[in-house]
Design a binder for this molecule. Sequence first.
Ligand code: SAM
Length: 301
Amino acid sequence: MDTSVGLELWVKEIHQNTTGLSFKVEKTLFSGQSRFQKVDIVQTYGHGIMLLNDGIIMLSERDEFIYHEMIAHVPLFVHPSPKQVLVIGGGDGGTVREIMKHPGVERVVMVEIDELVVNACRTHLSSVSCEMDNPRVELCIEDGTEYVDNTQEIFDVVIVDSTDPVGPGAVLFSRPFYEKISAILGPDGIMITQAESPFYDHDIQRTMLLNQRPFFKKLQLYLFSTLTYPGGLWSFGYASKGICPIGDFDPDRVETSDISTRYYNPKIHIAAFALPNFVSENLEDILDPIVIPFQNAQIKK
Ligand code: SAM
């Protein structure tokens, strides 16, 4: 009989006091407190390295590619010629890493409020932060709302890679913020927003989309799987000045690009906008109908 007593460490994220996610931890790599949040980076047994802000799991090395490919490639393959991209939040660098795969993108401005997240990920999560030193990337340590209030620049794509709508992330779900973003987007401009869980957060989704509605011609929601967020199904908001994520999407552009992805492909791009009834019923008065023009198109990948 084995009588040895071993201490097991687990990361446990409790969601809405009713459900939880847990991952077995091998060791803590970093733990720090900024004036905005607590930042922890841990090595897990099953999911590689994991980033947590205020105890909420931001990403794991095992599945972060799904989130970051879907937040970046959907708008970049729909916009006709994305050159100037703004990322708000996203301090881990995963979104920037995916954007940098697009050779036509000339410049990415990343505005992250918390330098501690950026520095901790640079040191302990290099598989995610690996493009942060790319000369096409400009890092601003600033509140995203202040940046959009003050910038004179126009962007092709704005990606709001935010935390949940609590603490410093709350303003990134507000109406004045979306109004400012629509003002700094070019005529073909697209904004993507982290849009929470279709299962648990339908009220947040409604409020977020209602706040965007006055400033954008097209509003959609699209879905992807995640292993590290509650419920396993997550969403992004798609808002544009007129470009349609399906009707204006050319699968050939993806197929003839040299961009390598592990989750994103043309079929996933199209399918992600198909919403289950429980999601679309909650949002049908806010979202635009999807137009599907592909009846005879052949998509190889
Ligand atoms: N993928 C993650 C998720 O949804 O759980 C979020 C990625 S990223 C780590 C989110 C970042 O947004 C955090 O590093 C946080 O510091 C940053 N953030 C929160 N509020 C912000 C604000 N007002 N301006 C800029 N960045 C902000």
